[in-house]
Every structure is written in structure tokens, then in C-alpha cells.
Design a protein around this ligand. Structure first.
Ligand code: Z2T
Length: 857
């Protein structure tokens, strides 16, 4: 409603001049109102789910106040904005985090206890939104939390999948995938914006035309899908800023309807409409493998186009905008290659729609976009067939060819013709011509970054060596930079482990450590203090008790809470070597069996928990899950050993499971072959919670070790620079197998874990084991690619050091405190400060609010 308002604005301003009050009674009132008016429940009959929903709406009101006023503030200040483009956000449950970040913990607790409800029970009612696969999606979610906490004017853009990561069930020891319709009856934390929509075109053709004597390209025909915005407020901690995660849902476009009615093909049109909605229906459950599915490319273009249209609209809305200013006002981060069609789409929007000339548009595009690489695994590199792109995005293919043409020209001028030209081309030649999205990203970006120091070095020297050479040749040594990952201490310490949070706050005298983890260094003064040791051990005990309750209720597993808790939770992948872990469990079991009852009693008790999802088409990963389950069954039912060693596969590992499991660990396994895990982020969460790491010299493990001290880590295995040599020997077949590992292989082959009862599983287990021993034959090699056999003996040694160290409880406690207190580097607050400074050039824009936080500005 616009125009002469007869004092309406002033009136509304007055009515809305105050924020919702946050004392317990007001929260209760707000809760009761939502229960009765928003949800149409009565005071006398509502379920816990209703209560959760009403509590969610209480928070939503407060989130909206803050979101709206933060947006107004950013606009008034005309600040440079950051936009994080990611196909995945593994956001996890909202409620507890929102309460903490809005500084409502005390009043909420009082309000609900007074009504006879425990907050934890409310939290348990929330679905766990899993719009991501693993580390990459969870990283994006931690980034959002830190951007808001640092008051950085940054938004996230992504896809609102109707179905997130599948729910994992285990049946007869095997993974089954069940759909995850997380939205259920609606999520109170998201705000649908039916008024914020953009058209996104697919297929069709390009027409050349002339406009004012200029040659122009017009992309016409095909089909149009509408992208509709769903906003997810992201409140910062200890700031009044609330940022936004804007997720796009695909909706049928109105244009269909007109066609349908005029052509009387009503049924077909409805089918078409429903096809449009498929676009954002489901997340592809592949973690770091490229499957080449057409619908996936459609998803990528869909959210990239909507996001760029949206951010350009915001830019253009500014009074007297000038295109030259775009790089001073906009920085875009592309999370892996998933959104890199953005390079071509930005060019299309600037050249075809905004009528800028090519060179100017290219300058602006290149200055605004940045690209993060998350893996060096070759099977993950996205390459879309030219044929597919030509059909779906004909104009973008033209633009990419044009970009490539100019690029190759430059290369030829500098180096002349040679193999390096083909290596650097965006187009991969061959039977099936392909567009290499990584190359497009690098050429179209201002900065490129890896996610841990070792990973960034590998990118420069092995993944994209020719590009690095090009950069150095041009004096652009700093085009590829390192941005070591992090995790947010709000979710991963404060929410997941309130007992530890209390210890920190007590010893430091304030909650400042939650926004400045360097403050935790003070804890080092107390690392040998018996009083702190008592509290620390009580904290761990409490976490283990929670874990034990959770395991009992979710999978009917009983664990000995005095045992050492050993956890490996992450996507199931050969490079992450869950196989090596379970082979070690078998070894430990065999050693126990050899001992007399008296000797067994002297062995450190252990509970080994392994959890994670396998991509649905990843055969070997699924066999590993089956093996873990079968081994667990044998070990847990053996009366000789079951008090000393227990093992379980924990089904449906997800963010909410992580929040229970991580705080309870004594040790966790981060045991990828050196050079394969780009960073890892759960390693950071475990250590922040006082867990110690068994790990290889890989990813962020290396930096964690530097920060916390080598004595806090159980490092083993070969180094990255040894891998090639060892692998060569494995392929030649001169690869000695440790006798202890041989004994494990023999036991598997003899049918101990499947046998005649399960011939199919037996064959699978045998194939996995025998493959490890394969040398190269007939040109191909499917042997021990990840050096399980080579690293196994040193893995056994590391585990022996764990048992030895754990015997001395106060020594262990000291190491645990020392490590947890040294993790400041791995807060995403540090990570986001670095991105903001080095890559984006973005400053914090803290929203000022009246002292009592009562009146709106
Ligand atoms: C993913 O989670 C990661 C890399 C990917 O490469 C894809 C996905 Cl879905 C395309 C992980 C890395 O494996 C992990 O080492 C890293 O810590 C994480 O991304 C965040 O950078």
C-alpha cells in the first residue's frame, strides 16, 4: 500500500515502536496466543508437537523484528554485501540455537518450566533439516552463524529441497534409504515470501538480433520455472543483527496456465506444472561424487539464476547506482563448483539483460565472484557434457565458449601452442565433450581458496598446477589462498555441551569466550588443577550418560559408561577408511580372545561407535556398513569379550545425533589417507569438546596438532609426500601384509562374520579383502588405493598409545583441557573474519539498539 497515507505510517510506526518484551510472563502470553490463535489449539488439549510449534512462533516473531530491522540498517548504511551461494546447508535444528543467539535462554527456561515443560523436550520435537550431505553443507551453516555473530552484512542463498538427506535405516545390517520430508506440517522458522519470485528459463534457443545498431542475443522459448523465496532468519550471538538464508523453491510459472487454457490441453499443462516443482524436490545424496544428472544441473542453474537476479535487484535499487560500483557493493562466494554456472549467468544478466558491453561485464563479474574448492578427489570434479548444456542453457554455452576463446587467446600469446593449452581449456575434448566447471570457476573468479593449509598446497601443486603457474607468471601469487575451515562454538560447544559451556564461563567469569575463543587460553593455567579435573571429568561423565540414554532409546544399545568411548562419524567413503577402523576392531577382538580371563580384565574397556551415510549408489561403502554391523553382532554377543569391547553402527547419523555423540567421546577417528581429506570439520568439534584425536597427517588435523600440541594427538600413518611411492609399490604387488592384519583377513575369509548363514555378505566381505591385496593387472588397478594395508601397523601402535595414555586419568584430563582450550583458530569466527578481509573486503555493520533493547530505531 503506497501513496498518501493520512498518517498511516506514523500510526503504524507508533504501534510497532516496541519490540516484543522478553520477560518470562510475556513469553508465556505470546506462547498461549500462538497456541490458541495461530495453531487453533485449546489450552486444555495440545500435544508436545503443538507446544514446540507455538514456541517456534514465539521465536519467529522475535527473529522477524530483528531480521527486518537489520535489513533496513544495511540499506541505510549502504554497506558492501556478501552472498554465499551453496547448493547445501546442513542447518540442523533451529530452536535451541535461536534461543541462545537471541539471548533468551533464561526467560525461556523459566517460562516453560513454570508451565511444566522442559525445553529439551520441545527441542526434540523439531525435525532436523538436512539440506546437505556432510561437511560442505555443515560448513555453510556454521559460516552463516559466524557471519551473523560478527555482524557481517552477508546472506546465504540456496535451494529449499522438499526432501533433504535421506533417513538411514538399517535392516539386516544393510543401509536402507527412507525419504526425509522434513517440512511436515510446516517449519515455524521459515518465512515464505510469495511476493519474492523470479523467472528462470530452461531449454529454448538463442536468437541473434539488432538493437540500435548493436548485435544482441536473445534467449527465447523453452520453459520458465518460478523461483519463490523462503527466508530463514539467522540470528547472531551477542549482537542485534539477524541475517538471512534465502532458499528457493521451484513453482510453476503463470505462463504455463495461459498456454494451457488457450490450447485446452489442461491435463498436459498440469503435468508440466508438477514437473516444475520436481526441480527443488530432492537433494542429491552424493558426497563428493559427481553423478552427471540433468536434474542436478537444472537445480544448480535454478538457484544461481534466482540468487543473482535477487542480489542485482538489491544493487540496482540503491539511489543513483553505477555499474562500476558493483565490486564495491557485492562479493559472491561459490561453495564448490555446484554454483559456478554463476560465471556465465552473471555475464548473461549484465550483457543480455542490462546491456553492458562484454569487456566491462567481464571485469565486474571477475571482481565479484570467488570460488572455494573442497576436494581433490578426481571423481568429484564436475564436468557437464556440452550436449546437455547446449540443450538446457544454450546462451550460457555460447558465453562459456566466448570466455574460453578469449582465455585461450591469452594463453597462446603468453606460452605459444602446447599441451598446456588443452590442459587449461574450459572445454575438455574427447568422445564426449565436456565443460569443466572447476576451470570456469577459476577463470571467472577473483580469489580461489582451499579449506586447510595442506589442501591449498595440493590444489596449487597437483589439482590445478597449470593455473598456479599461470597466476605466478602474472605476478598473481595470491590468487589462490588458504582459508582453513572452522565450526561455530555456539552450536558445537554451548548448545551441544551446556556443562562444558558452564565450566568455561565459570572459569573465565563471562561468556566472552563464545565470541572470542582465544579467551580460553586462561584455562591452560588450570590444566593441572584437581578441582577443574573433577569438574571436567564430571562433565564428560554427564555427556556419556546422555549418550548412553540416547543409544538405549534410539537403538536399544547398552554401553558401559566407564569404557573409553571411541567414535568415527562421517560419510562412509573408502578414503575415510572406516574399513581400517573395523579391521582394527576385529584385531582387538582377536587379541582379547587369545587372553585368559585374568589378562582380559587388564585391557582397557572400549566402545567403538561408527556412524555415517553411504551414497545410495556407492556399492563398496554399503558393504562396509554391512561388515561393521556383522562384526558388531559377533563381538557384542561373545560372552568372553563383550564386557571389554563393544562395537556398534549408529544408524542415521545427522546433525542432531552429532550434538549428542561428539561431547561424549574420549577419542575420535580422523584417519583418511594423507592428502585425501580436504579439511575435515568434525575433528574440530570433537577437540573443542575435550575429545582427543586419532588421526593421520591430513587436512586440518595437521593444524589442530600445531595449535594443541603433538602430545594431545595420536598421529599415525604415512605422510602425503610418501603416498605416490607407496601406492606404486602396492600396484607392483610388493606389499607386505602385517601378520596381525593377515589374521584379521583370515578370520573374515573363514566366515566368522557372515559364513554360510549369509553367503551373499560372505562373498562381499571376501571381495573387499581380496581387492585390498590386488596388484595392477591388465592395465587397471582396483587394489589398496587408500593404503589401508600400509598404514595398519602404525594404526595399531597409535591405538596402543591411546590405551596407555588413558590409564593415567589425570594425564588424560590435562591433555583434554589443553586441547579444548587451544582451539580458537578453528572457530568459524576466525574463518569468516579472514574471508571478509582477504576475499570479500566486507566490514561488520553492527546494528545499534537502545540500551534496554526496547524501542525500535
Ligand atoms: C563435502 O562434504 C566435502 C567436499 C566435497 O567436495 C563435497 C562435499 Cl558434499 C566436492 C567436504 C570435504 O570432504 C571435507 O574434508 C571438508 O572438511 C568439508 O567438505 C568442508 O570443507
Amino acid at each position: 500500500v503506497e501513496g498518501q497515507d493520512g498518517g498511516r505510517m506514523e500510526k503504524l510506526q507508533q504501534l510497532m515502536a516496541h519490540y516484543e518484551p522478553n520477560d518470562p510472563e510475556s513469553i508465556q502470553k505470546s506462547f498461549a496466543r500462538h497456541l490458541e490463535y495461530s495453531l487453533a489449539c485449546t489450552r486444555f488439549s495440545f500435544t508436545m508437537q503443538d507446544a514446540y510449534r507455538a514456541a517456534g512462533l514465539v521465536l519467529r516473531d522475535r527473529l522477524l523484528e530483528s531480521l527486518n530491522d537489520t535489513n533496513t540498517w544495511y540499506r541505510e548504511q549502504d554497506v558492501k554485501r556478501g552472498y554465499y551461494l551453496s547448493a547445501e546447508y546442513l542447518i540442523g535444528r533451529h530452536m535451541q540455537n535461536a534461543i541462545a543467539n537471541l539471548d533468551l535462554e533464561q526467560p525461556f527456561k523459566e517460562a516453560f518450566e513454570d508451565l511444566g515443560m522442559k525445553l529439551e523436550d520441545l527441542f526434540g520435537e523439531e525435525a532436523d533439516p538436512a539440506l546437505g550431505n556432510g561437511g560442505l553443507g555443515r560448513l555453510a551453516a556454521c559460516f552463516l552463524d559466524s557471519m551473523a555473530t560478527l555482524s557481517l552484512p552477508c546472506w546465504g542463498y540456496g535451494i529449499r529441497y522438499s526432501y533433504g538427506m535421506f533417513k538411514q535405516g538399517i535392516k539386516d545390517g544393510r543401509q536402507i534409504e527412507e525419504p526425509d520430508f522434513w517440512i511436515g506440517d510446516g517449519c515455524p522458522f521459515e518465512i515464505p515470501r510469495p511476493d519474492v519470485t523470479y523467472p528462470v528459463r530452461f531449454y529454448g534457443k538463442v536468437e541473434e538480433a539488432h538493437e540500435n545498431g548493436q548485435k544482441v542475443s536473445r534467449w527465447v522459448g523453452g520453459e520458465i520455472v518460478q523461483a519463490m523465496a523462503y527466508d530463514n532468519p539467522i540470528p547472531g550471538f551477542d549482537t542485534y543483527n539477524t541475517n538471512n538464508l534465502r532458499l528457493w523453491r521451484a513453482c510453476p510459472s503463470e505462463e504455463f496456465d495461459l498456454d494451457a487454457f488457450s490450447s485446452a490441453q489442461f491435463q498436459d499443462a498440469i503435468t508440466q506444472r508438477r514437473k516444475a516443482e520436481d526441480l527443488s524436490a530432492v537433494l542429491y545424496p552424493n558426497d563428493a561424487t559427481y553423478a552427471g544428472k540433468e536434474l542436478r544441473l537444472r537445480q544448480q542453474y535454478f538457484f544461481v539464476s534466482a540468487s543473482l537476479q535477487d542480489l542485482l535487484r538489491e544493487f540496482i535499487k540503491r539511489p543513483n547506482f553505477k555499474w562500476e560500483e558493483l565490486p564495491q557493493k557485492v562479493a559472491v562466494q561459490m561453495n564448490d563448483t555446484h554454483p559456478t554456472i554463476a560465471v556465465a549467468e552473471m555475464m548473461r544478466l549484465l550483457v543480455d539483460v542490462q546491456k553492458l558491453d562484454w569487456d566491462r561485464a567481464w571485469e565486474l563479474t571477475r571482481q565479484c565472484l570467488n570460488y572455494t574448492n573442497h576436494t581433490v578427489m578426481p571423481e568429484a570434479l564436475e564436468k557437464w557434457p556440452v550436449e546437455m548444456m547446449e540443450r538446457m542453457l544454450p546462451r550460457h554455452l555460447q558465453i562459456i565458449y566466448h570466455i574460453n576463446g578469449i582465455w585461450i587467446q591469452k594463453l597462446l600469446q603468453r606460452w605459444g601452442d602446447g599441451p598446456i593449452i588443452a590442459a587449461l581449456s574450459i572445454v575438455e575434448e574427447g568422445d564426449v565433450k565436456k565443460i569443466r566447471m572447476g576451470h570456469l570457476a577459476i577463470i571467472g573468479s577473483n580469489k580461489i581458496n582451499g579449506v586447510a593449509a595442506i589442501h591449498t598446497e595440493i590444489i596449487k601443486k597437483e589439482t590445478f598446477p597449470e593455473f598456479y603457474k599461470w597466476c605466478c607468471d602474472n605476478g598473481e601469487h595470491n590468487k589462490i589462498v588458504n582459508m582453513t575451515n572452522g565450526v561455530t562454538p555456539r552450536r558445537w560447544v554451548h548448545c551441544a555441551n551446556p556443562a562444558l559451556s558452564e565450566i568455561f564461563t565459570e572459569y573465565l567469569g563471562s561468556q566472552e569466550w563464545l565470541t572470542d575463543m582465544t579467551k580460553l587460553k586462561v584455562m591452560l593455567d588450570y590444566k593441572e588443577d584437581p578441582k577443574l579435573h573433577d569438574k571436567w571429568m564430571a562433565m564428560k561423565k554427564g555427556c556419556k550418560a546422555k549418550l548412553a540414554d540416547w543409544l538405549k532409546s534410539t537403538m536399544d544399545l547398552e554401553i558401559d559408561q566407564d569404557a573409553l568411548i571411541d567414535i568415527q562419524i562421517k560419510r562412509i567413503h573408502e578414503y575415510k577408511r572406516q574399513l581400517m577402523n573395523i579391521l582394527f576392531v576385529i584385531h582387538r577382538y582377536l587379541e582379547l580372545k587369545k587372553k585368559s580371563p585374568g589378562e582380559r580384565a587388564a585391557v582397557q574397556k572400549r566402545v567403538v561407535l561408527i556412524g555415517g551415510k553411504a551414497a545410495s549408489a556407492y556399492v563398496n561403502a554399503k558393504i562396509i556398513i554391512k561388515l561393521i554391523n556383522n562384526v558388531a553382532k559377533v563381538i557384542n554377543n561373545d560372552p568372553d569379550t563383550k564386557q571389554y569391547l563393544k562395537c556398534a553402527f549408529v544408524p542415521n547419523y545427522c546433525v542432531s545425533a552429532a550434538q549428542v555423540m561428539i561431547p561424549a567421546s574420549d577419542i575420535s577417528e580422523h584417519i583418511s589417507t594423507a592428502g585425501t581429506e580436504a579439511s575435515g570439520t568434525s575433528n574440530m568439534k570433537f577437540v573443542m569438546n575435550g575429545g582427543l584425536i586419532v588421526g593421520t597427517m591430513d587436512g586440518a588435523n595437521i593444524e589442530i596438532r600445531e595449535e594443541c600440541g603433538p602430545e594431545t594427538m595420536f598421529i599415525f600413518g604415512c605422510q602425503e609426500n610418501e603416498v605416490a611411492g607407496i601406492s606404486a609399490r602396492a600396484q607392483e604387488g610388493h606389499y607386505p601384509i602385517d601378520s596381525r592384519l593377515q589374521a584379521v583377513f583370515d578370520e573374515i575369509r573363514n566366515g566368522k562374520f557372515a559364513g554360510q548363514a549369509e553367503p551373499e555378505a560372505q562373498a562381499e566381505f571376501e571381495s573387499i579383502v581380496s581387492r585390498l591385496c590386488n596388484a595392477r593387472a591388465a592395465g587397471t588397478w582396483d587394489g589398496d588405493k587408500y593404503l589401508v594395508i600400509y598404514d595398519f601397523p602404525s594404526f595399531i601402535d597409535a591405538q596402543a598409545r591411546v590405551d596407555q595414555t588413558y590409564k593415567n586419568k589425570s594425564q588424560w584430563c590435562k591433555l583434554s583441557i589443553q586441547a579444548a582450550a587451544s582451539m580458537a583458530q578453528f572457530s568459524t569466527d576466525r574463518t569468516m573474519r579472514e574471508y571478509a578481509k582477504v576475499i570479500w573486503g566486507i566490514e561488520p555493520a553492527r546494528r545499534p539498539v537502545d540500551e534496554e533493547m526496547q524501542a525500535r530505531k
